[in-house]
Design a protein around this ligand. Sequence first.
Ligand SMILES: [Zn+2]
Length: 78
Amino acid sequence: MVFNCSLCQKETCYVSNFCDTCEFIKRVCNIYGAVEVKNILERVCIRNTEQRNFKISQELKKEIQNKTPGNKKELKNI
Ligand SMILES: [Zn+2]
């Protein structure tokens, strides 16, 4: 029988309840505990609007610096 992955609900699974990616995530949860993994996800992946805007401006700054390596002084105030 064919199932959708129990975690991501997107990948098709034939033998296991989890796809390869979610099986890895499950193993990490088994090692560190689901609460610790959830805490890490909240601290690292979940960002509020201010944090997202800061990250976006940092990434844009890097992208501009990579395209124009001679203009570093002008980019400080972005
Ligand atoms: Zn999955």
